[in-house]
Design a protein around this ligand. Structure first.
Ligand SMILES: [Zn+2]
Ligand SMILES: [Zn+2]
Length: 215
């Protein structure tokens, strides 16, 4: 697996490792899940052994694969709703600003419980996905409505269970794709309003205005 490559940042931003500013045009490493990282902070803070291990693919596929056994265990244990209530009530561990935290930015137990709770079905399109290679359930992913990098919490109320295709819409879709996706979530009463998405800069002003006009 190749690591992430540094590119000129298209706008002024902030480094998720040192919290320092990154000026427009400066070289930075962009991680889709966490945000921008100074080139120097990326190498300095990486654990030596994992330099080549972190990539966008790892963040999704590697993580999801490792959750297989956990899902089977938690399914057998039961009490899913009770456990989710506890996750919602407990204050989450603080978001550490180190690169090592990327893979820890979601609690695998919480993500697995959410998958069980939603019957391994995408909350957006509800189209059944393929079956996992380990365990008798369909493949899904967990998505933070407000991304962790923007301050979103790792709590049930901030997590959606989605198929891989719908997940990519959140992370890579244009505003009209996102409008359609969020419209579905509003229709289903999964997201009531978009104020906090706007507050945390998770959506553009333009998209927020369009979403506010939905019935
Ligand atoms: Zn879907
Ligand atoms: Zn996501």
């Amino acid at each position: 697996m190749s690591g992430l490559v540094a590119e000129p940042i298209p706008f002024n931003g902030r480094c998720i490792v040192c919290d320092g500013s990154i000026k427009k045009g400066e070289m930075a490493i962009f991680d889709e899940t966490s945000g921008h990282i100074h080139e120097k902070c990326y190498t300095v803070n990486l654990p030596e052994s994992s330099t080549t291990e972190i990539s966008i693919d790892d963040l999704y596929v590697g993580y999801e694969d490792k959750s297989n056994d956990l899902i089977t265990k938690l399914t057998l244990e039961g009490n899913t709703d009770q456990k989710l209530l506890e996750f919602e009530a407990n204050s989450p561990e603080s978001t550490t600003k180190t690169i090592e935290s990327i893979s820890q930015s979601r609690n695998p137990e919480l993500a697995s419980l959410m998958k069980i709770r939603h019957n391994h079905t995408c909350q957006v399109c509800e189209i059944p996905t393929f079956k996992n290679k380990n365990g008798d359930y369909h493949y899904t992913e967990s998505h933070h409505i407000i991304p962790r990098a923007l301050g979103g919490l790792d709590k049930p109320s901030n997590i959606l269970i989605v198929c891989a295709n719908c997940h990519r819409k959140f992370d890579s879709g244009d505003d009209s794709t996102l409008l359609e996706t969020y419209r579905i979530l509003k229709q289903k009463n999964i997201i009531e309003n978009f104020d906090s998405l706007k507050q945390y800069n998770a959506i553009s002003e333009n998209l927020f205005n369009q979403l506010s006009n939905l019935d």
